[in-house]
Design a protein around this ligand. Structure first.
Ligand code: RET
Length: 293
């Protein structure tokens, strides 16, 4: 069937998938229990986290505290949507690795027994990250009491990490180019690390949130480096871990702490509405709004 519009453009971007349909991809995931569970565990945990936040934070009244809570809710909401995209076979493809890659020439057997040339790429994961990680950084930046410039800078470089990571994962023309994209992505990552390790600690010190900020900072920096190293050793990089399901489970294990563990730390701190976090009823109101007295 002819594809149109957005699907057409995506089809041009995503390396040729031969005749593998979305249905065949979906069946193949279902058939691979380990791969499937690495995805639905994320959907389930995100759902439970959302429910838990709704319950724990139902009494929060301060608008600034609420913004941090909403930011945390978005981490899970985005994950539900984008992992459903992956699970349904929509944002994953069979791609043929370039010469030089350890999995070049590899064949994949689909659930219906057909053998196709290439390996499974869960490229939707990078889209997920591009949409969910900005909310992680927004939450930390707000906890640190940082300014718009630094929060914006952290977020745009973060989106840059994920989009160039997507490019690294989808490059099939040259093995070297895959690593070139990876290097670009890492340089964006260093900007985020700089903000986390140098800029925001100063802000958190001034704001008085240094204790909680330090926990979030360490958790984030350590785990985010984990993702970076995992890519290099996983099936898309050096393929020291060549199995797509194990690679996927590694990311999901990081996710549990980087998203859900992180969310609990932030929300449990914010619901107490400490003075360092709150900003009063007028916060964020249109500047011309009449005072409430
Ligand atoms: C990639 C590969 C290219 C180089 C770098 C990467 C870093 C990824 C990171 C991901 C963090 C994801 C999180 C997800 C939570 O939902 C794209 C793996 C630097 C830091 C926190």
């Amino acid at each position: 069937m002819r594809q149109t519009g957005l699907t057409d453009s995506v089809a041009q971007l995503v390396p040729a998938q031969g005749d593998v349909s979305q249905g065949q991809m979906f069946e193949t995931i279902l058939d691979n229990g380990m791969l499937a569970s690495s995805l639905y565990v994320n959907i389930a945990l995100a759902g439970l986290t959302l429910l838990a936040i709704m319950f724990v934070a139902r009494g929060v009244t301060d608008p600034r505290a609420k913004l941090i809570v909403v930011s945390c809710m978005m981490i899970s909401a985005v994950s539900i949507a984008s992992y459903t995209g992956l699970f349904s076979g929509m944002t994953m493809s069979i791609i043929e690795m370039p010469d030089g890659h350890a999995l070049a020439g590899e064949m994949t057997e689909l659930a219906d027994g057909t053998e196709v040339e290439g390996t499974i790429s869960l490229w939707g994961r990078y889209l997920t990250w591009a949409l969910s990680t900005p909310f992680i950084l927004l939450a930390i930046g707000l906890v640190a009491g940082s300014n718009l410039t630094k929060i914006f800078t952290a977020i745009v470089f973060d989106v840059g990490i994920m989009i160039t990571g997507l490019a690294a994962a989808l490059t099939t023309s040259s093995y070297l180019l895959r690593w070139f994209w990876y290097a670009i992505s890492c340089s964006f990552f260093l900007v985020v690390v700089y903000i986390l390790l140098v800029e925001w600690p100063k802000d958190a010190e001034e704001t008085g949130t240094v204790d909680i900020f330090n926990k979030l900072k360490i958790l984030t920096v350590v785990l985010w480096f984990g993702y970076t190293v995992w890519w290099a050793v996983g099936n898309e990089g050096l393929a020291l871990i060549s199995d797509v399901a194990i690679t996927s489970w590694g990311y999901s294990a990081f996710d549990v702490v980087a998203k859900y563990g992180f969310t609990f730390l932030v929300v449990l701190y914010v619901v107490k509405e400490p003075d360092e976090i709150t900003a009063g009823d007028e916060w964020g109101a249109p500047s011309g709004a009449p005072a409430d007295d």
